[in-house]
Design a protein around this ligand. Sequence first.
Ligand SMILES: Nc1nc2c(c(=O)[nH]1)N[C@H]1C(S)=C(S)[C@@H](COP(=O)(O)O)O[C@H]1N2
Ligand SMILES: [Mo]
Length: 200
Amino acid sequence: MINNKFFGRRRAEPPRPIPPGQYLEDGFPVLSAGPTPRVDTATWEFSIEIGGESVGKWSWEDMNALPQTALHTDIHCVTKWSKLDTDWRGVTIDALLEDAGVTAPTGFVMATCDGGYTTNVPTADIVDGKGMLVHTYDGEPLAPEHGGPIRLLIPHLYLWKSAKWIRGLKFMENDEPGFWERYGYHMYGDPWREQRYTGD
Ligand SMILES: Nc1nc2c(c(=O)[nH]1)N[C@H]1C(S)=C(S)[C@@H](COP(=O)(O)O)O[C@H]1N2
Ligand SMILES: [Mo]
């Protein structure tokens, strides 16, 4: 007998290669380590620190007055779903650094968030258009559960690096683990090399 339930559940064929071990997801799952924080854009502030010193602060109005960039990309979650053709809008890290009048330092950066989540990436992975703060998803304001009003987006790394409810970037000389990295997630997290956990 043919088990139709089994065949009905077969994963869709991707129209182009997706990273190893991933499957296609049509929806947009929510993955948060804690409750969704309430973020008030009237008092919200974004800050950049380099080596412990503040080099720039932006209000919500300041952020929206910066050059805005659209991005069409695929995203990949370590829990094995990939979502193709997502559309975002926001401010590149390059635009923020330029507005602050600083050049990107060498080394690493820690993203900090409302709620206390953190995640680390090499500076090279958020400059040259590779990382941005996004406030718009699919033409609509980013939903609170997905990190609204604004989150980091680094689409070439697993999605845990894309900090939701982001409040700041701390540039540092040496790499340090963020929230999930301390629990054994990979320090870099390249989905194409399946860098899910420490040692991958
Ligand atoms: N501030 C914050 N950012 C976060 C998280 C979180 O718990 N808090 N979870 C991360 C993880 S593990 C994933 S997979 C993605 C999920 O994003 P989504 O909920 O929009 O799918 O957000 C990342 N950014
Ligand atoms: Mo995740």
